[in-house]
Design a protein around this ligand. Sequence first.
Ligand code: AP5
Ligand code: MG
Ligand code: ZN
Length: 213
Amino acid sequence: MNIILLGPPGAGKGTQAKMLIDEYQIPQISTGDILRAAVKEGTPLGKEAKSYMDKGELVPDSVVIGIVEERIQESDCAKGYMLDGFPRTVPQAEALDEMLSKLSAQIDHVVSIEVANEELIKRLTGRRTCRECGAGYHVMFDPPKAEGVCDKCGGELYQRDDDNEETVSSRLNVYEAQTLPLIDYYKVKGKIRPIDGVGEIKEIFGRITTVLS
Ligand code: AP5
Ligand code: MG
Ligand code: ZN
């Protein structure tokens, strides 16, 4: 099963993907995570990506398309995968269609997680992430047992560089201008599965697994 997790910054794509990995035994491919890892390692890709990410803008299509094209052909993707944060422009969606048709594969579901902007801003500015294992938390909505420490591995929790109010606001604008058109793109193809993204994390997980089964 090949799935796209579509939704604005803070919708819960990463949070739900982590739970869906266990449910369906398919990997999460997060272009944001791949780019942040490259930034941390200081690779040429990371250096190029950082300037866009810090401003809340999108990294050029050609860069992310290349990353995804390689990644989906790795052996752990043989039984399917979840794309988290890709595609986010119409050219990326078209490139994905093209690469899938070459591989005689297709997208089965586009899970479109809907949350209003006011809630997104609260979620993003309070998000914390584990430096070691990548687990996600929220200082109010999903706090760790001990402040600043990951429940799962004891790693240190940090705040993403792009989760300050100014960058969040530009990310939300970029989403509306460049990514929102994808809902129509996939609606026409009959792939959109709208999900109300407001409520308990587990409740939303239930809504998603219901539409996927
Ligand atoms: P990326 O890392 O993809 O960020 P994003 O799309 O902005 O989404 P987020 O990761 O911020 O949100 P999420 O939906 O995963 O929310 P989460 O589950 O963490 O991209 C970052 C940057 O990389 C981009 O700006 C761009 O520069 C670049 N990039 C990446 N992909 C690209 C592409 N394809 N093309 C070009 N550039 C690209 O949840 C958020 C918080 O809310 C957490 O604290 C969580 O605990 C909490 N939460 C989750 N669910 C709930 C709930 N139900 N109730 C209350 N709180 C909740
Ligand atoms: Mg994410
Ligand atoms: Zn951890």
